[in-house]
Design a protein around this ligand. Structure first.
Ligand code: HDD
Length: 695
């Protein structure tokens, strides 16, 4: 063999025989000798089409993508299980909810943003998808919900317009993953029905700290149907045991730069560390009589039923405990469908839900190129599937035998031993609740859907003061990105029906010369709905630092005992710790040992932590007082109302950014014994809101 030939074989050519298990094969299973060099005619000659190995590799690569979801393209999936804690056979015959206490059902959850494409940043201001697939013993039940209990529109026919309006403008292809632009607010300001949802969208709900710290909602009114055929209405709620938490907008902007994968990384890390997030499943159950007397139509998805009016009954707990093995196979290929329900659950006539029931199945055809996506493991039920459906792209589980139709008489005993195949069963099978249907065909919105402001107002007045301020700031931010004055004014015209002070604040924030006219209304809003504290994040705070993350910024000479006490206190509280240092190699502490860092300072800004500590030797602190990333570390943590632990030697850094004289009760000197514990206890409040004055 000449030298040139030896060289061209590269590193992939193993001289030693490999174990059979390690030998690479083609997709046809044929062993490959070299997949790093295309077959050529001569060492410097043309590549030969004959190379079936190279062509197969490139062919497959060329087809690696499937169409991304038209909405909710960016998402993150996790496996888990649902445990039934309070069976409700009196309400539903669905075995997943009516079985014995403690019954476990596997599930897969995909969290997502709505507007951005697959590669968009996690902290866009956006609604979050919260889609749960329960692999029940009676087939798959999908609750395809969001982290907000209402929706923008009342009728599914408007969905394409809503999504076109929020997605990048068709001529320029931007802005990506943002609602702060002309088309969106033009559409919204012309859609009074969106006002309630817009209040939620402008609240901190749309910038969650993590998927783990948000609620989930089935939104629509569904039906429970029990064994006797009796039915009640139901709304589904997922309540995070971790509590609710959001970031502030300025943080969101910075997180998108520092870690665009912040949410998916957070979920992966938590599960990887064995800190499994949990949600209680709650149901709000009500009957026709309540529906008739309720102020709004229970079929209108822009309305919720306040928990104070119909309490949420907790019936089970979902634990997410397993990261995916393969992102594409599971998270990308999972296909949720609102029409995936099981006996004992039924639809209501909510016109948004009914339209969704068409759209979800239809969209899977586009994404998978055929009807057999249910054969893919992530979508396949975990119970036997028996029917006469067959063939199509990628058919993998065609029924066996000769019989593929019904009615058939095979197996009836006249000499034919064939298996006759399955039959429908009125006892076990799904039967629709016999809800009466009558009336003329018409294209019209029911008058009972006409009030668009009352619950928007109720949401606003139920917020803590600081949340109201954030909401107003979000509206001002978004509308300031809108070029057309008419849209800005129209929005303020709507706000006047929700809350006058809010309208005035936004009007001033936009620099409008006068308060625009109130938008004409179809129905006068109810202005005396009571506050509903359940709608606020801050009124339902966790009061615990569990599952949160402390960032400790260390530098040369940091007191080793202090660092250790902080680590211990955080660990004891069930929180994670990230070490930040001027170099990724870490820093030498006072005991002479090097503590390695998880992040170099400009890669680990405070926005990716829930609270921070700064522990440095005097000389290092003086030197870093001039360092911009170090300055940002303390000044951003301060500006975002975070709790800050420190040792006196780091004061030069605080002074360099002007917070030395502003150290409030959110600061903790942790050089004293046991003070680290007090600090971590205080961190349970998550933020020191008082720092922000009028808040
Ligand atoms: Fe939708 C995906 C939630 C209204 C049409 N939707 C999708 C996902 C979630 C929601 C969480 C992502 C599922 C996943 O992770 O794969 N959608 C909602 C909620 C709605 C809603 C809570 C209102 C209450 N959606 C809605 C309407 C339509 C659609 C009115 C159409 C008329 N949605 C779709 C879709 C998607 C989808 C195009 C895209 C990918 C998919 O279905 O599987 O069919």
């Amino acid at each position: 063999m000449n030298d040139q030939l030896k060289l061209s074989k590269g590193g992939a050519n193993h001289q030693e025989p490999l174990h059979d298990d390690d030998v690479m094969t083609t997709a046809q299973g044929s062993p490959i000798a070299d997949d790093q060099n295309w077959l050529t005619g001569g060492p410097r000659g043309p590549q030969l089409l004959e190379d079936h190995i190279a062509r197969e590799k490139i062919f497959h690569f060329d087809h690696e993508r499937i169409p991304e979801r038209v909405v909710h393209a960016r998402g993150y999936g996790v496996h888990g299980e649902f445990e039934l804690t309070d069976p409700i056979p009196e309400l539903t015959r669905a075995k997943v909810l009516a079985g014995e206490k403690g019954k476990k059902t596997p599930c897969f959850v995909r969290f997502s943003t709505v507007a951005g494409n697959k590669g968009s940043p996690d902290l866009a201001r956006d609604v979050r998808g919260f889609a749960v697939k329960l692999y029940t013993e009676e087939g798959n039940w999908d609750i395809v919900g969001n982290n907000i209990p209402v929706f923008f529109i009342q009728d599914a026919i408007k969905f394409p317009d809503l999504i076109h309006a929020v997605k990048p403008a068709p001529d320029r292809g931007f802005p990506q993953a943002q609602s702060a632009h002309d088309n969106f607010w033009d559409f919204i300001s012309l859609s009074p029905e969106a006002m309630h949802m817009v209040m939620w969208q402008m609240s901190d709900r749309t910038i969650p700290r993590s998927f783990r710290f948000m609620e989930g909602f089935g939104i629509h009114t569904f039906r429970f149907v029990n064994e006797a055929g009796g039915s009640q209405f139901v709304k589904f709620h997922w309540k995070p045991k971790q509590g609710l938490q959001s970031v502030v907008w300025n943080e969101a902007l910075k997180i998108n730069g520092a870690d665009p994968d912040f949410h998916r990384r957070d979920m992966w890390d938590a599960i990887d560390a064995g800190d499994f997030p949990q949600w209680d499943l709650g149901v709000q159950v009500f009957d026709e009589e309540f529906a008739d007397k309720f102020e709004f139509d229970v079929l209108d998805a822009t309305k919720l039923i306040p928990e104070e009016q119909v309490p949420v009954r907790i019936i089970g707990t979902m634990t997410l405990n397993n990261n995916v093995d393969n992102f594409f196979a599971e998270t990308e290929q999972v296909a949720f469908c609102t029409q995936n329900i099981v006996p004992g659950i039924d639809f209501s006539d909510d016109p948004l839900l009914q339209g969704r029931n068409f759209s979800y199945l239809d969209t899977q055809l586009k994404r998978f190129g055929g009807p057999n996506f249910t054969h893919i493991p992530i979508n396949a039920p975990k119970v036997p599937v028996r029917h006469f459906q067959q063939d199509g792209h990628m058919a993998m589980t065609n029924p066996k035998g000769r019989v593929n139709y019904e009615p058939n008489s095979w197996g009836d005993g006249d000499g034919a031993e064939e298996d006759r195949g399955p039959r429908g069963c009125p006892m076990q099978g799904f039967t629709s609740y016999e809800a009466p249907v009558e009336g003329p065909k018409m294209r019209a919105r029911s008058e009972t859907f006409a009030d668009h402001y009352s619950q928007a107002r109720q949401f606003y007045i139920s917020q803590a003061h600081v949340e109201q301020i954030h909401l107003a700031e979000a509206l001002i931010f978004e509308l300031s990105k809108v070029g057309r004055l008419s849209s800005r004014k129209r929005m303020v015209g709507h706000l006047r029906h929700i809350d006058n002070e809010l309208a005035q604040t936004v009007c001033d924030g936009l620099g409008l010369s006068e308060l625009p006219e109130k938008t004409p209304v179809a129905r006068q809003p109810i202005t005396d709905l009571p506050e509903s504290p359940a709608l606020s994040i801050l009124k339902n705070g966790p009061n615990s630092f569990k599952s949160r993350k402390l960032g400790i910024y260390i530098a040369e000479g940091a007191d080793a005992a202090v660092v250790e006490s902080l680590q211990d206190a955080a660990e004891e509280a069930g929180a994670l710790v990230g070490i930040v240092a001027p170099h990724i190699g870490g820093a030498k502490l006072s005991d002479g040992k090097i503590l390695e860092a998880n992040e170099k300072i400009d890669g680990g800004p405070p926005v990716v932590f829930d609270a921070i500590a700064v522990v440095m030797g005097e000389a290092a602190a003086k030197e870093l007082a001039d360092d911009k990333p170090s300055q940002d570390f303390v000044s951003d943590a301060f500006a975002h109302a975070k709790f800050i632990a420190y040792v006196p030697s780091v004061k030069p850094l605080f002074e360099a950014v002007g917070i030395g004289a502003k150290m409030d009760d959110g600061f903790f000197d942790v050089s004293e014994d046991s003070s680290a514990k007090d600090f971590i206890t205080a961190c349970g409040k998550l933020r020191f809101w008082k720092r922000l004055g009028s808040y």
